[in-house]
Ligand binder design. Structure first.
Ligand code: NOJ
Length: 594
């Protein structure tokens, strides 16, 4: 009898083990399937750009720092952005505010210490946020020890930079640069180094000498820099000024004159065509080497900064299956296509979107950039009335939106007097020209609250003046207001996680001079229709009359710009699509079931 009991027991045990194995296999299979199908993090998040000098100052010296950023980690989480990109935080004499790096693997003391960096990374990761750093490969600071040694011709650094003999000497015995190449920041791209009796090349400031990528050692050094930060847990890089990496080898050639009617200043960068100094084919080889490194780590992103009038040049930085490059080059078309409000129309907006999508290589991922530290604030470029509509657009389109700090509250450009001007690009254009070139107006301190200096610093001064509008325009006020840019932004960040946006289709039912519309839809889910008035006048539009597809008779209001005060469009209201009223510049987000 005990034997029979034993047998039953063992049978039962055997049965349990088999069931267990089956369950484990199923879970594992599902897990693997899940991993295979899950998209990379940068396709699922908003990228939020922090300009470290201007985000939050913890130590009270008037310039933002890493501990300041850390103190806002909860804010960033709450905002709904998933990836934080920091403009350069590396040791720098700050001639170009961090884009002149003196040590690529050290933290600038103004911003804090490596411990502060580790704490920030941990704080972001603990909250499920990713951290992306700026990688500035084209140049270093002239105070980098590589340059100091190169100028002395000390090996192995002698050829770390681009050195050239003078073309000759002028009547006063001054050396003449080897060619006519110009710096982006105005004036010759060659500076004479007494010590070495040669010129060195710089695409930007004389304090930013260009590294020589024809030297394998330089390539290796910069790859080491990438590994250093990847090993320290960063989730990827925004690659600065990448199209400038190489110049033609034969430097005896001049660049041709652009004959641009807008530029008659022979020292202005746009006076010349830059066929010999940008987008050289070797650049893509180097970017591919960096890609290889990132791919040795899991789930890392590479975003490339490439401004170019020729969209085909920009698209090259996506690479292809055999030569993968960046995950995406930034899409600056929403900046470059519209310099003034008058350039904007529903049709022009649609053209700008199409220009990217039609040129993007097959299988690649789009992105949408409204502003950054090199371009005026959205509300100042387009008009304040368009702030919410444009955030709605970039957050609801398929692709990765990139938000510049402060855009979530609609910060505006700040007037900066000549005396207060800091940006070297502005300084190089002098009192009469500085305003056209200055990037200071979009770099002013983040406006956190209405206390002195907008809650940006505990000190009593700031590196750039705080905008006078901070008393009303600040995070705290917008958190407490019944409606605000911030609340709209947060709601959009939540909405874009819905299946309709993550998996849905896209259509543009009504496009006209004054109206832009975007439809996101997915079978079995709510559809969302964004209707935007791009004009400066109030408007009533019959969507049915102009739509290129069938639309339902009515829809429910989900969100509307803060400028809309009409009774009929209070969120939650049902409206007829044949009579949609829109305030000037308004974005109205509607929903309906199929
Ligand atoms: C592009 C950066 O965005 C800009 O701020 C900087 O001045 C140049 N690169 C030079 O590094």
């Amino acid at each position: 009898m005990p034997n029979k009991k034993c047998l039953v027991f063992f049978f039962f045990l055997f049965f349990l083990v088999i069931i267990g194995v089956i369950v484990i296999c199923l879970i594992a299979k599902d897990g693997i399937k899940h991993k295979e199908t899950e998209s990379p993090f940068w396709q699922r998040t908003i990228v939020y750009q922090v300009y470290p000098r201007s985000f939050c100052d913890h130590d009270g010296d008037g310039t933002g720092d890493l501990q300041g950023i850390l103190s806002k980690a909860d804010y960033l989480k709450e905002l709904g952005v998933g990836t934080v990109w920091l403009s350069p935080i590396f040791s720098s004499p700050m001639a170009d505010f961090g884009y002149d790096v003196a040590n690529f693997t050290a933290i600038e003391p103004l911003f804090g210490t490596m411990d502060d960096f580790d704490a920030l990374r941990a704080a972001l990761h603990d909250r499920g946020l990713r951290l992306v750093l700026d990688f500035v490969p084209n140049h270093s600071s002239d105070e980098h020890e590589w340059f100091v040694k190169s100028r002395r011709k000390e090996e192995p650094y002698a050829d770390y930079y681009i050195w050239a003999d003078p073309k000759g000497f002028d009547e006063e015995g001054q050396p003449i640069p080897p060619n006519n190449w110009l710096s982006v920041f105005r004036g010759p791209a060659w500076t004479w180094a007494e010590e070495r009796q040669q010129f060195y090349f710089h695409q930007f400031l004389a304090k930013q000498p260009d590294l020589n990528y024809r030297n394998e050692r330089v390539r290796d050094e910069m790859k080491q820099v990438l590994r250093f930060w990847l090993d320290r847990g960063v989730d990827g890089f925004r690659v600065d000024a990448v199209k400038f990496l190489f110049e033609v080898e034969d430097i005896s050639q001049d660049e041709s004159v652009a004959n641009d009617p807008e530029t008659d200043d022979p020292l202005d960068y746009y006076y010349l065509n830059h066929t010999l100094t940008t987008n050289q084919p070797e650049t893509l080889e180097v970017v591919n080497e960096w890609r290889d490194i990132l791919d040795q780590y899991s789930d890392r992103v590479m975003m490339a900064e490439v401004y170019d009038d020729d969209i085909r040049q920009v698209m090259k930085y996506y690479g292809n299956d055999s030569v993968p490059l960046a995950d995406f080059p930034f899409n600056f078309l929403l900046i470059d296509s519209f310099r003034n409000r008058s350039d904007l129309s529903g049709a022009a907006l649609k053209d700008a979107l199409d220009l990217w999508m039609d040129n993007m290589p097959e299988g690649k991922w789009p992105n949408w950039v409204l502003g950054n530290h090199d371009n005026g604030r959205v509300g100042s470029r387009f008009g304040e009335d368009l702030i919410d509509a444009l955030n709605m657009l970039v957050l609801l389109l398929p692709g990765t939106p990139v938000t510049y700090y402060g855009e979530e509250i609609g910060m505006l450009n700040t007037f900066i007097s000549w005396e207060d001007t800091q940006d070297p690009q502005a300084c190089n254009h002098g009192l009469d020209g500085y305003e056209d070139y200055s990037r200071d107006p979009e770099r002013t301190p983040m406006q956190w609250d209405n206390s002195t200096l907008a809650g940006f610093t505990t000190g009593n001064s700031t590196w750039l003046p705080v905008n006078d509008n901070f008393k009303d325009l600040n995070v705290k006020a917008q958190q407490h207001a019944e409606k605000s840019h911030l609340k709209i932004y947060e709601e959009l960040a939540r909405l874009r996680e819905e299946e309709t946006f993550t998996k849905g289709h896209t259509a543009y039912p009504v496009i006209s001079n004054e109206v832009f519309s975007l439809l996101r839809y997915l079978e079995g889910y709510e559809s969302y229709l964004l209707v935007m008035n791009t004009s400066e006048e109030e408007l009533e539009v019959d969507l049915h009359q102009h739509a290129n597809m069938e639309l339902p008779p009515t829809a429910e209001v989900v969100l509307r710009s803060v400028t809309d005060t009409a009774e009929a469009t209070v969120p939650g209201s049902e409206i007829h699509l044949s009579e949609v009223k829109l305030a000037a510049g308004e974005g109205l987000l509607l929903t309906f079931s199929e």
